[in-house]
Design a protein around this ligand. Structure first.
Ligand code: NAD
Ligand code: TYD
Length: 342
């Protein structure tokens, strides 16, 4: 590996991975390729912007000509794909962009990568492909039962990665991460959304009874996990990057409020998300054998995260304008109004 294309590197987890790779491997060239959608943010990359082994290219992974040109210009030998539309609620409002990026985009990246002679292709996927897990823990060979348009589009992209491995012998690996949290996460996802809303004493719209379970993983552990799989994963294999840290949403919410010293009366139970998966839970046995060790437990991770949003209002206040407010209105206005009536 010498010239690594990191797609979606201006997003939440992708930017943590770029920072990690630029600092850990000075002899690699890290080329970040990102469309800069509403979720892409150059502020996420400020820490590395002056580093010699880092470059940025703006582009869409579904733009064949631009992908082709970028692979050639930077003599790319390795691709790590984080690029995706990533928010379940937005996929319910409009699945279109999810098919464009998470299915078609992944196919174009694979296809151009193969033609260009790229070696390793590491694809970042999600535990949501397994669907709702009533009990037990998902293992890598479990069947896919995605329930949201987001999860289905991620499953589609991942299956195309598998096909390129089996059919064309492409050197692919896949990671399936669990719910990730930490600094620089777009404030539409549960933890940064509730943290930044609570800082402003705004209501926290908790879906349904709040007893849904998610398995939380700190972002730097996720980034290191992708590094481990990229370097040590076996071609054709998928690896669960599990937090092995299951929590009820209501408990995560109360924890955020207690760190901020805000009252629990901010919590509003609102009508549930359509098709809402009750529980995700995976085991990380397989990737542990490659040497992955998490450095953050939930106590340390959530404290560090909430503190970061408290100290970095410059980062999130300018996001919570314009398009963000449109989405907020569409997603929450009616829900919060009906919560007030109940
Ligand atoms: P994010 O939404 O913060 O960032 C996505 C990035 O991809 C943005 O920078 C965006 O501009 C870019 N992008 C979107 N469409 C693009 C396109 N067509 N071409 C090029 N760039 C494009 O997402 P994230 O939370 O950092 O997630 C990164 C990856 O990890 C995704 O593939 C997601 O499915 C996966 N994942 C996320 C979580 C989580 O909890 N956030 C958990 C498991 C897996
Ligand atoms: P989210 O961060 O959107 O991640 P995912 O849907 O990929 O798991 O949501 C995490 C959990 O929090 C999920 O069970 C939905 C719930 N949730 C709420 O209750 N209210 C909200 O406003 C949001 C964004 C999420």
């Amino acid at each position: 590996m010498k010239n690594i294309l990191v797609t979606g590197g201006a997003g939440f987890i992708g930017s943590a991975f770029v920072r990690h790779m630029v600092n850990t491997y000075p002899d690699y060239n890290i080329i970040c390729y990102d469309k800069l959608t509403y979720a892409g943010n150059m502020d996420n990359l400020l820490d590395v912007s002056d580093e010699e082994n880092y470059r940025f290219e703006r582009g869409d992974i579904a733009d064949r000509a631009k992908v082709q040109q970028t692979l050639a210009e930077h003599q790319i030998d390795t691709i790590v794909n984080f690029a995706a539309e990533s928010h379940v609620d937005r996929s319910i409002l409009d699945p279109d962009a999810f098919i464009h990026t998470d299915v078609v985009g992944v196919y174009i990246l694979l296809d151009e990568g193969r033609k260009h002679g790229v070696g390793r292709f590491c694809h970042v996927s999600t535990d949501e492909v397994y669907g709702d897990i009533e009990d037990g823990l998902s293992v890598e060979d479990d069947r896919f039962l995605p329930n949201s348009p987001y999860a289905a589009s991620k499953a589609g992209g991942e299956l195309m990665v598998r096909a390129y491995n089996v059919t064309y012998g492409m050197d692919t690996v896949v990671t399936r991460g669990s719910n990730t949290y930490g600094p620089y996460q777009y404030p539409e996802k549960l933890i940064p959304f509730f943290t930044t809303e609570a800082i402003d004493d705004k209501p926290l719209p908790l879906y349904g009874d709040g007893k849904q379970v998610r398995d939380w993983l700190y972002v730097d552990d996720h980034a290191r996990g992708v590094d481990v799989v990229l370097h040590k994963g076996e071609s054709g294999e998928a690896y669960n990057l599990a937090g092995e840290n299951q929590r009820f949403n209501i408990d995560v919410t109360k924890r955020i409020l207690s760190i901020l010293d805000k009252p629990e009366s901010l919590v509003k139970h609102v009508p549930d998300r359509e098709g809402h998966d009750r529980r995700y839970a995976m085991t990380a046995e397989k990737v542990r054998d490659l040497g992955w060790v998490r450095e953050y437990d939930f106590d340390k991770g959530i404290e560090a995260t909430v503190k970061w949003y408290m100290e970095n209002e410059w980062w999130w206040r300018k996001i919570k304008t314009g398009e963000y407010l449109e989405f907020y209105k569409q997603q929450y206005s009616e829900r919060l109004a009906s919560a007030d009536e109940s």
